[in-house]
Design a protein around this ligand. Structure first.
Ligand SMILES: *Cc1c(COP(=O)(O)O)cnc(C)c1O
Length: 234
């Protein structure tokens, strides 16, 4: 019943996000080719995910390995694509290797090696983005820009991983121009990675509050939680 009552709400929110994406693409010029939408479903229910899936959304992002693995098992029949986007400790790599299609938060070689070892042989390679700490925040996950290159070399050589690009979460609350500078710096790093490796097609940046600036500066994938699902449970 909830599902049916909520459907128009999700439909309106999705339409607003899609409209925002199109408007930002129009402002981006030639860089704004295509932007895919990742629905960030952490701390939202399987029912909410189903409601968005019924509207055509296929990619979902989770920040906690156990929570994401449980939802994937609950929704196994839906054929969804699951992205792990949170910090990953070594004791949880098995869950990500077995239950996710992408990892967007790769920032350590030891984690990359474990995922490669634990990825089941009958699954496609795990698509991987290297997370970059673009504003050098001490408490934030991600590698420094100079550390991208050795990690990228390693990931490119691991058969059960497939390097697809970069992800970043700039510092929150920056003035507009400074925020755009961070996104612009990511776009430059992304193009450099493309010049060094094959198959690099994803620059994941932009969330509910900074999506427009990210797209204008050349994001290819936005990760949207609140604008699609509403506020998260504590
Ligand atoms: C939670 C989260 C998001 C979505 O944030 P919203 O502000 O709710 O859109 C995007 N990316 C990452 C890495 C997150 O952890």
């Amino acid at each position: 019943m909830m599902f049916l009552c909520d459907q128009p709400l999700y439909s309106n929110r999705l339409a607003a996000v899609q409209k925002g994406i199109s408007a930002a693409i129009a402002l981006a010029g030639p860089k704004g080719a295509a932007v895919s939408l990742l629905a960030v479903s952490k701390r939202h229910t399987a029912e909410a995910i189903k409601a968005l899936h019924a509207l055509g959304v296929n990619d979902f992002g989770e920040s906690f390995a156990r929570e994401g693995a449980d939802k994937r098992q609950q929704l196994a029949d839906c054929g969804l694509v699951w992205h792990f986007i949170g910090p990953l400790q070594s004791n949880k790599t098995g869950l990500v290797a077995r239950h996710f299609d992408w990892i967007q938060s790769l920032d350590r070689s030891a984690i990359a090696r474990r995922l490669n070892r634990q990825r089941p042989a009958d699954m496609a390679p795990l698509d991987a983005l290297i997370q970059v700490n673009i504003d050098s925040e001490p408490q934030k996950a991600g590698v420094s820009p100079q550390a991208i290159w050795p990690l990228a070399e390693l990931v490119a050589d691991l058969p059960a991983l497939r390097l697809r690009g970069l992800m970043a979460i700039p510092r929150v609350g920056k003035p507009d121009a400074a925020q755009r500078q961070s996104f612009h710096a990511m776009r430059i790093l992304f193009e450099k990675l493309q010049s060094r490796h094959d198959g690099i097609d994803t620059l994941s940046m932009g969330m509910s509050d900074d999506m427009d600036n990210a797209i204008i500066e050349g994001s290819t994938m936005v990760r949207i939680g609140t604008s699609l699902f509403g506020p998260r449970q504590a």
